[in-house]
Design a protein around this ligand. Sequence first.
Ligand SMILES: Cc1cc2nc3c(=O)[nH]c(=O)nc-3n(C[C@H](O)[C@H](O)[C@H](O)COP(=O)(O)OP(=O)(O)OC[C@H]3O[C@@H](n4cnc5c(N)ncnc54)[C@H](O)[C@@H]3O)c2cc1C
Length: 559
Amino acid sequence: MLEHDVLVVGAGLAGMRAAIAARAAGANTAVISKVHPVRSHSNAAQGGINAALVDRGDPWEDHAYDTVKGSDYLGDQDAIELMCRAAGGAVIDMEHMGVTFSRDDDGKLGTRAFGGQGRARTFYVGDFTGQAMLHVMFEQLIKSGVRRYEEWFVTSLIEEDGQVCGVMALEIRTGQLFAIRAKTLIFCTGGLGRVFEPSTNALIVTGDGMALAYNAGARLMDMEMVQYHPTTLAGSGVLISEAARGEGAYLLDKNGDRFMEKYAPNMIELASRDVVSRAEQTEINAGNGVDGCVFLDCRHLGETLIKEKLSQIREIGIDLAGVDMVKDLIPIRPGMHYMMGGIKTDVDGLTNVPGVYAAGECACVSVHGGNRLGANSLLDTIIFGQRSGNHAADACRELEFVEFNVDEAVSREEKRIQAMLDRPQNGDRIASVRLAMGETMNKNLAVYRDQAGMDETLHDLVGLRERYATVPVDSKGRVFNTDLVFALELGFMLDCAETITVSAQDRKDSRGAQARTDFPDRDDENWMKHVTVIKGEAGPDISYLPVTITQWTPETRKY
Ligand SMILES: Cc1cc2nc3c(=O)[nH]c(=O)nc-3n(C[C@H](O)[C@H](O)[C@H](O)COP(=O)(O)OP(=O)(O)OC[C@H]3O[C@@H](n4cnc5c(N)ncnc54)[C@H](O)[C@@H]3O)c2cc1C
């Protein structure tokens, strides 16, 4: 019997941090990941990680204020305070573990400016910070002796008498199904970027954990808050990191004007992401772009700086768009990038479902509220990953394993999977359902939204769900059947798409990433609250939670 006190689902930064903490606290701990841990999307993070270091004259309260303002006052201030206070120590810990942060001319840890922040407090490793952190975390994971189920895919949760007591997982290499018993589960499954098409996110970022938890009764929160990043490459939608603007790049319209001066006279290109994305979209809609894009201008930064600090994004521009940022403008536009919402947790990662925790992008604490500041997500993963690992390990001491019939659980899941494989060909394809979903989401739940558009998407989703029920899985084998994995992921994505759309329809104001043309103002009187969803009989049931305010009274947001 596979059995663990703490089973962490996901081995990105949040998952590995949680597992290392739980193991250090003495729990029998395992991580399970559908890809090799260092292929998790955390690997793609480019720009950096935020922390205020007091010995540099940067009190944590300033970082917390910038985060609260960035969230458009929807973030819970107690959680934000906790994260920002712990940030300095967490970054230094990462440095001590072996992350080779870039240095300044004095040999001290270097910082770069990031959007929406009063000062440069983003620590970085060139423009591949996530990769550097993830590899170091993986070394620490190996050292810690945590059991790893690599390339195992969680297909469903096991529940007995309403209690979550483990997971069903597919060993992708063999196609065999296993039941894994666990006293506590920590979801660290990352975001859901690929529910939108295009997205900056890796193809594996499909919202599995949010959907699994939601289907087991977990509350999802702030699901309407989907971040569109201001600089994604024309065509492919690949990310061009905010590090470029942090280093001083300009945004230009088709006439070569720095249009951000109109929208954010103080911070200009370094306003918050939602503000910059809206400005770009407004200019593009007004005909001031070219082919649906505006331009990122890095030419004045010089070849030396670009090669030293922005080498990866330069290569992305050359390889994917045929432009060299040393001498050319880069055509960019807003693109889906990050999910602020997710599984509602407290500051220790605990959800409303006993024994179930969540941390990282799949969770909503909520430290990002309506809009996440760049470089606050890597921070979120390690702070709340560690806290949930600690808390779950503690909780396990009081918990017993829940008994369930393993053979029955395996055979039930086996039948469900076999039925998917046995579906007859009907001319439909998983990829076309997935693309249609991504396109309707990107059409109607993007930078600007309105009721009619969202109604259209909700209607589209009903049709896509019907197609999903009969869509054939082309590949019938069991060994490395990625077609089957794609099919299972699509089910999770459709659940996520519905919760996003329903939440966005419900919120009748504009704040952070939600900009409704039919409700253009922020309405604090009626909507200073979190929209949450729980799975009901007939679909998502909406309810609300208050926003926690400690020291920063909501104000009009200007940059
Ligand atoms: C291109 C890009 C650049 C970014 N740059 C920055 C940046 O500079 N700074 C910053 O702060 N943030 C950045 N972000 C955001 C940040 O990288 C992510 O929010 C964060 O890394 C998410 O970490 P995570 O541990 O929550 O999830 P992930 O790293 O996405 O890991 C998810 C894990 O869950 C596993 N998993 C998922 N579903 C299943 C399943 N069904 N069964 C088994 N395993 C499963 C996966 O295998 C994976 O191991 C960037 C994001 C992108 C896409």
